[in-house]
Every structure is written in C-alpha cells, then in structure tokens.
Design a protein around this ligand. Structure first.
Ligand code: PBG
Length: 310
C-alpha cells in the first residue's frame, strides 16, 4: 500500500546484438548469458519479448569488417543488418513492441568513431547530415523509435525535420542526451566488434566528462527544445544522480541505460557467488525507477520480465 515505486515489464527496453547468417548465435565473452543472434532468431526473441510484455527492443548490428569504411556509408544502406532485422521484427510483432534503432556511425566506421573524421576530429555538422539519412533509412525499415547515441550538437532538430519531411511524424525520438565518455561501454564494443576499430581512440570530444552534472541539464534542455520525445542518461547506476536531477528539472520521460559494463559487473559477481543475481538485478531495476527513470535499457530485460510474471 505504501510502496512508492513500481516496476512493470513495459518499463523495459531490451538491447540485442544481431549478426549475419541464419540460425546462428555467438556468445560474448565479456557478457556471459548474452548472445549475438542472426535475424531469424532475433525475430523469435522479439516475439518472446512481446509475450512477456517488454516495452521495446533495441537493435544493435554487428557489421562485418569488410562493410566498414572511413565515412561509415553502410549506415544508409537499406539492406544493412539493422534494416533487415527491423523489417523482420516489425512484421512479426505487429506493433506490439517498440523497435528502437540506434543512430550513430560507430557500427560502420573503420575507425570506430560515431561520426566522420576531419583532421582527426569527429566533424559535427558533416556527421549530422549522414545521421539524418541513417534515421530516415531506419524509419523506412520500420523503426518506431529513433535513438541518436552519437552526441553531435544539433542532431535532434535536424533528424526531426528529416523524419517529418519523409512522412515519419509518428516515429519518436529517444535522445541519448546525457551520454558520458565512459569506460563502462567496454563489453559493448566487444559485442558489436568496434573495440579493435576504435583501438586507443576515445570519444571524449563529443561524449560528456563524468565530472559534469550541470552540462547534462544543458544537453537535455537543447534536445527537448529540438524535439526529443524522451531523453536518456547513460551509463545508468553510476549516474542515478543525473537521472534524478533531470527528473526534477524537466517534464519529459527519462530513459536510463544499464550498460554492458554494469551488466558484466553484476553477472560476473553472481557467477562467482558473491551476489544473488536475481535479488541484485531486481534491486537495481527499482533503483532506476526510484531515481525517476520511465524506461530502463538492460541486458537483463528478459530475465526481469519473466521474474515479474511469476
Ligand atoms: C554507440 C553506442 C554505444 C553504446 C550504445 N550505443 C557505445 C559507445 O558509445 O561507444 C554502449 C552500450 C553499452 O555499453 O551497453 N554509439
């Protein structure tokens, strides 16, 4: 009666990694329990997620190295892996689950950066142009939510205009608005195979300094003004103070991303019998909700949803 916060499966967004081929899965060494899967298996997984009431699925493609290039142009190929997966999942799930497509060039660039390099720097405005094309490409494939994770300035307004111009007024934008240059993304870069491309590079010229909190307010204010429907904080648990500050400052749904490194911490600790997996995962979910997150992106989404259904 007096519990202040609740969690349902509809709060969850499940990130998945998609590979080429058929009936194929590949384990990810740094993320035990998470498998990359081919499109046919991703469709089955999405149907299962619908049954469990999961709110949305977020698709991340593993691009073969020979399709990566300096300018990441495979991002705008209507037959790339994310478009194939999006089309197949949209058709099989009949609008019963949200389909989130990430917008950034890192799955497609030979250098692993989220944008185009000019003189060794990611060039903001040139990148925004391609991100607009990438967004429209993914909307055409059936994305219901476009999620720019690139952190370029001005991209939300530009993407909104581009989507509207192509008749995608109904496609929402979930902006990775407060995305920090974090070491917690390590396992994700293994999972999508961008770690080797990025090598010793970092993303500090466009992702945020973990020391900053006021800057998150500025970033989010800009994205809301430009037309974001939802804003994200990422990583999650180490940044719950940011979630709460945003919740107190803006009337907009907030998403928080329990990223790959957070998943790895909980999973490896549980495997070593240092933590009770189910208990800590459910506690972490409630912590996200208590801090003010409407949506939680988590690799535990299917476990959480099935625990909730017991
Ligand atoms: C790509 C992107 C990243 C993540 C989501 N989209 C990695 C990065 O910015 O390098 C990280 C997710 C995770 O660690 O689980 N722009």
């Amino acid at each position: 009666m007096v519990q202040e916060t609740h969690l349902t499966a509809s709060n969850l967004i499940w990130p998945i990694f998609v590979i080429e081929g058929e009936n194929r899965t590949e384990p990810i060494g740094t993320m035990p329990g998470v498998n990359r899967m081919s499109v046919d298996l991703a469709v089955k997984a999405a149907q299962h997620a619908v049954k469990l009431g999961v709110g949305a699925i977020a698709i991340f493609p593993v691009t073969p190295q020979d399709k990566k290039s300096e300018d990441g142009r495979h991002a705008v190929d209507s037959n790339n892996l994310i478009c194939q997966a999006t089309r197949a999942i949209r058709e099989a799930t009949e609008d019963k689950i949200g389909i989130v497509c990430d917008v950034a060039l890192d799955p497609y660039t030979s250098h692993g950066q989220d944008g185009i390099l000019i003189d060794g720097y990611v060039a903001n405005d040139e990148t925004v142009q391609i991100l607009c094309d990438q967004s429209v490409n993914q909307a055409k494939a059936g994305a219901t939510i476009i999620a720019p994770s690139d952190m370029m300035d001005g991209r939300i307004g530009a993407i909104r205009d581009a989507l509207d111009a192509y008749g995608f007024q109904h496609v929402g934008i979930m902006s990775y608005a407060a995305k920090y240059a974090s070491a917690f993304y390590g396992p994700f870069r293994d999972a999508v195979g961008s770690a080797k491309n990025l090598a010793s590079g970092d993303k500090k010229s466009y992702q945020m300094n973990p020391a900053n909190s006021d800057e998150a307010i500025r970033e989010v204010a800009l994205d809301i003004q430009e037309g974001a429907d939802m804003v994200m904080v990422k990583p999650g648990m180490p940044y719950l103070d940011i979630v709460r500050r945003l919740k107190d400052s803006f009337e907009i749904p907030i998403a928080a991303y329990q990223v790959s490194g957070e998943y790895a911490m909980l999973k490896f600790a549980a495997q070593a019998n240092a933590l009770n997996e189910r208990a800590v995962v459910m506690e972490s979910m409630m912590a996200f909700r208590r801090a003010g997150a409407s949506a939680i992106l988590t690799y535990f989404a299917m476990d959480v949803a099935s625990w909730l259904s017991e």
